[in-house]
Design a protein around this ligand. Sequence first.
Ligand code: G3H
Ligand code: 13P
Ligand code: ZN
Length: 311
Amino acid sequence: MALVTSKEMFEKAYVEGYAIGAFNVNNMEIIQGITEAAKEERAPLILQVSSGARKYANHTYLIKLVEAAVIETDLPICLHLDHGDTFELCKSCVDGGFTSVMIDGSHLSFAENIELTRRVVEYAHDHGVVVEGELGRLAGVEDDINVSAKDSSYTDPDQVQEFVEKTGVDSLAIAIGTSHGAYKFKPGTKPQLRFDILEEIERRLPGFPIVLHGASSVVPEFVKMINENGGNMADAIGVPEDMLRRAAQMAVCKINIDSDLRLAMTGTIRKYMAENPSHFDPRQYLKPARAAIKEMVRHKLINVLGCNGKA
Ligand code: G3H
Ligand code: 13P
Ligand code: ZN
């Protein structure tokens, strides 16, 4: 099995009412934890790399680790650039072996977003690579850029058909109330997503795959583990799992998860260090951290995404 695009994954997911998990990867243990769970659950997978991850771990190291995961799992795995912000970055990932790229022009004007996205699509399609675009702007932190709630905006369903037709994108990320990071909703308020907007977009773009960013549930078990072991994430609140499940049964074919991986890893390491203050071999604390990622991903594949057994 070689790396694949997300085209067939999305076609099947749309028809059968589930979503593919798109998990952010930054190092070997994260890749191993995710892919071991997917292998055991026979789940198709998207592994995504942000520009920050690429700077941290190096393009070649990440590519080689993902290729190793393909060999070890024999699963269909799509390697995706998360939040590409320039044509040059997308081109570099297309040239460097990624099978999917996101061009995120959501901060630009509608016309500029179309122009930039169309340019990336032309190049990527010429090289057999698929493209995700974005309309609407999520709140939260990504790549050190903090988008405040007042600067965020829901996707306007009136714009989606024109955007997809003029750019030729293969999937579309939308903003319906999710946000990046671990602090998604105000404490004391009821988390809500705009399913009415999703329904309207689905009606305007029948059969077209929609992507949900900022979709970590901020698993309480790991927030507790962090808070009990010297951390302070008291107000962390994520997207309720039942809402993600509902979105996965609709037109949402790709659900992005990063913060939950970070919380699982950090919570487990904090606990391990608190219980074993004299240990200093990284393998001792990375092993349980990797196992925690694996079990958390398994839970998502089965109970949230519904993509287990679909590979
Ligand atoms: O949406 C952003 C992802 O969580 C990646 O985060 O840019 O800090 O690697 P990062
Ligand atoms: P979370 O911060 O909710 O995990 O979102 C990740 C994401 O959207 C990556 O693009
Ligand atoms: Zn995102």
